[in-house]
Write a protein that binds this ligand. Structure first.
Ligand SMILES: Nc1ncnc2c1ncn2[C@@H]1O[C@H](COP(=O)(O)OP(=O)(O)OP(=O)(O)O)[C@@H](O)[C@H]1O
Ligand SMILES: [Mg+2]
Length: 226
């Protein structure tokens, strides 16, 4: 699918310098095309996660709009937006996100289960994803028993299991070893091969090389690098 941001910005309230508001993301256009991996890097605090959250349908932009295959996300009712996000957007947040009362496999299947039962094929693929991410033996355990990197891999499996049209990943390999990083980048490339539009926020130079497009964001300003 195609995700397009038109003139989006985000203002936050906090004293920075002489003003009590500032723009974490300054007005910008941005497009994620199907079948392409776009990487985004830049200094800490530059606005990357803020941009990603607006693209995810989780944070209303101060100006502008976000369009998923032409459908404007923030004009939708909450329930419609949730449904659309669940069906089409795979999000790997920078922070930890797990439902503590569910097992690892149940967490991975959550998007597929939310509006009905996951079918046999989806369950099989979810198990295969966990296997590739070295998590097969942990499928039945609760998230609180997992290490940081294991939790991260679980949320990567969850984002990919529903075969999203758009994948938005916020430093997904930040706490992973080289081998798992390679697996994750392979999985992203496979997702792109089947038409997924991928955004990869990363500080890791090696990860940038899997991207067809590289952008930088500093002090809320987005610039295209390649
Ligand atoms: N809810 C909020 N209220 C006020 N300011 C915020 C809020 N969330 C983020 N900020 C500020 O907005 C700026 C951009 O934050 P953001 O999380 O987008 O940066 P980032 O580029 O993702 O950084 P990192 O690489 O450390 O993850 C920072 O100055 C941050 O302190
Ligand atoms: Mg961030």
């Amino acid at each position: 699918m195609r995700l397009e941001a038109k003139g989006i910005s985000r203002r936050y309230f906090r004293n920075k310098g002489s003003a009590n508001t500032f723009f974490a993301v300054k007005e910008t256009d941005f497009v994620l095309e199907p079948g392409r991996i776009t990487a985004l890097h830049g200094r800490s605090g530059g606005g990357k996660s803020t941009l990603l959250q607006m693209l995810s349908g989780l944070l209303t932009p101060t100006t502008g709009e976000v369009l998923l295959d032409g459908q404007s996300l923030y004009t939708l009712q909450d329930r419609e937006l949730s449904r659309l996000r669940n069906a089409h957007l795979g999000v790997i947040p920078q922070g930890k996100a797990a439902v503590g009362s569910l097992s690892v496999l149940e967490n991975v299947l959550l998007p597929a289960q939310l509006y009905g039962q996951a079918d046999e094929q989806t369950r099989k693929e979810a198990a295969q994803l966990l296997e590739r991410l070295g998590m097969a033996e942990l499928a039945g355990v609760r998230p609180r028993e997992l290490s940081g990197g294991e939790l991260r891999r679980m949320s990567i499996a969850r984002a990919l299991a529903a075969k999203p049209g758009v994948l938005l990943a916020d430093e997904p390999t930040g706490d992973l070893d080289d081998l798992n990083t390679k697996t994750v980048l392979d999985l992203f490339a496979e997702a792109a091969d089947r038409g997924c539009a991928v955004l990869l926020v990363t500080h890791d130079r090696d990860s940038l090389s899997v991207a067809q497009d590289v952008w930088r964001m500093d002090a809320g300003v987005l610039t295209h690098e390649t």
